[in-house]
Design a protein around this ligand. Structure first.
Ligand SMILES: [Fe+2]
Length: 518
């Protein structure tokens, strides 16, 4: 990770995650950002308003993962509900109630008719209270996450109004007219326009937006939008790329230093884990175990940082699977299992939004459920593809998950979780060094002498080896790592002798065999 990264890259990663969690189409938030910024152009808005619109479009749903278990407990599959909500005018009571009835019928499918009728009646009566409590929580969490990633107060205020409407029929406060912040009014209309166009087509979208003028949206904004709809939507049916979004960010472009990056990763971890009580704090705990274990194994500082950040974000792809599925005590269906097993893939794609800075982290996230014998998922990778950092992350994730409760089993004691991991080592699934390092980090008694790392190499020597495997000569590697020229030869010879090779090619092959080349 370079010392400085664009904050907008993190916003895109967050936008990717929230698109998944809210059932939106691919690149929904990014496309809405393009549309809203084009609208800002035709409305001749100043730079300050443009900046607020840009952030509102990318971050609108960052709080919407909080307390998802409450939504799921009441309404069932919350992702399908959210997807359908995007097409409904929530100010139109008949339309809204029809959707809620359909949702409850889906949740109670298979119940006898009288029970179904009773469940729907009760669900509708209690629904508003559930919705207001959960949506208020979304707004508050969005504001706190925005603060943690350094967004100023005016942007945070807008994120606290994401469900409010021009006509006052929104939630949770029922604000109306100009009390609803301008960026909220613009972005709500832009995002609905994208969702409606995706679902009903461009012509129908225009009709529906026109019908909602003075209702969900400010009439003047609707008029301007419809006047320019064709040019505003040009090319928006395809994906939006990273460069386009970076280019749209009003100047000055905010940058993250190392400390701000770390906080942003932590904010993503908390966002992921807030959806269910039993995942609360999971990613932080995995990160703490994995980074301590990586340090004990003598991995270089860059690997320790990557493994910690991968631990913060490893389960972001789980947002694609409804919480109602994770919360069920019974077994998953085959289809649900397939979807659940793809979460490392979706996690990798989200981190790819960070550009080259997120590549090593993305690679670890993609492997966090892989096992040395090929029995993991989702690629069934085997030991040669699993770097020491990947092995540490897998062991830390397995240990932490075992000692947390799940709906289908109680939490294991630390001792029982340790026994489970050592059994997995015996079966050839988990790396013995990584498991012992994780268990030591968790305060478990050691079973054997602690590992001396990879062939007794120091973190510095591992870095040299990586550069050599990447094509550098021994001298070039020494120069890049600022090893004094006088001692460079001795340093390299000592390294070669430790790993039993005599040539650059031999050293490169060793690095490959040890999984040191990601
Ligand atoms: Fe996972």
């Amino acid at each position: 990770m370079p010392a400085q990264v664009r904050r907008a890259d993190f916003l895109m990663a967050l936008a990717y995650a929230t698109d998944l969690a809210t059932g939106h189409s691919r690149d929904f938030a990014l496309r809405s950002c393009v549309l809203a910024m084009r609208f800002a152009d035709v409305a001749h808005l100043d730079q300050d308003v443009r900046r607020r619109i840009y952030h509102q479009a990318l971050l609108r749903y960052i709080g919407c993962n909080a307390d998802t278990h409450l939504l799921a407990a009441h309404w069932g599959d919350e992702i399908t509900l959210r997807r359908e909500l995007h097409h409904v005018d929530m100010g139109n009571r008949a339309e809204f109630v029809e959707l809620l009835v359909r949702t409850l019928k889906r949740k109670f499918a298979g119940a006898p008719p009288e029970e179904l009728e009773e469940a729907v009646k009760r669900g509708l009566a209690e629904g508003p209270q559930v919705n207001i409590a959960v949506l208020s929580g979304h707004c508050e969490v969005a504001q706190r996450i925005a603060e943690r990633i350094g967004l100023p107060e005016d942007l945070r205020e807008s994120l606290g109004q994401i469900y409010e409407r021009w006509d006052g029929k929104g939630m949770p406060r029922g604000l109306s007219g100009n009390a609803v912040k301008f960026p909220v009014r613009v972005v709500t209309m832009a995002q609905d326009a994208i969702a409606l166009s995706d679902h009903h087509g461009f012509a129908a979208m225009k009709e529906m937006i026109a019908k909602r003028a003075g209702g969900g949206y400010e009439g003047e904004l609707v008029d301007l939008f419809l006047t320019h709809a064709e040019e505003l939507f040009a090319g928006l049916d395809g994906p939006a790329d990273r460069e386009t979004i970076l280019a749209l960010e009003p100047e000055p472009h905010a940058m993250f230093d190392e400390a701000a990056c770390e906080e942003a990763y932590l904010a993503i971890a908390d966002m992921i884990d807030m959806r269910m009580p039993f995942t609360f704090g999971h990613s932080r705990a995995v990160a703490s175990l994995a980074s301590a274990a990586a340090k004990q194994m003598g991995l270089p500082a860059s690997d320790i940082s990557d493994v910690r950040r991968a631990a913060y974000t490893h389960d972001v792809g789980e947002l694609t699977v409804p919480v109602s599925t994770w919360m069920r005590a019974g077994p998953l269906t085959e289809r649900e299992t397939d979807e659940a097993h793809l979460h490392p893939y979706h996690g990798e794609r989200m981190l790819a939004s960070l550009g080259s800075g997120g590549k090593a982290v993305a690679s670890l996230v993609q492997r966090h459920h892989e096992r040395l014998d090929g029995s993991g998922y989702h690629r069934n990778s085997r030991s040669p593809d699993l770097s020491p950092a990947a092995r540490v992350l897998a062991a830390a994730e397995a240990f932490q998950t075992a000692r947390e409760a799940r709906p289908y089993r109680p939490a294991m004691s630390d001792a029982a979780a340790a026994a489970r991991l050592r059994e997995a080592v015996k079966q050839g699934k988990l790396c013995p060094d990584a498991v012992e390092a994780v268990l030591a980090a968790a305060g478990q008694p050691a079973r054997r002498a602690s590992s001396t790392g990879i062939a007794g190499l120091t973190p510095r020597e591992i870095e040299v080896l990586r550069l050599i495997a990447g094509g550098d000569t021994a001298k070039e590697a020494a120069r890049k790592l600022e090893i004094a020229p006088k001692t460079a030869d001795n340093h390299i010879q000592s390294l070669y002798s430790k790993i039993g090779v005599t040539t650059r090619a031999g050293a490169a092959l060793f690095a490959l065999e040890q999984g040191l080349v990601v």
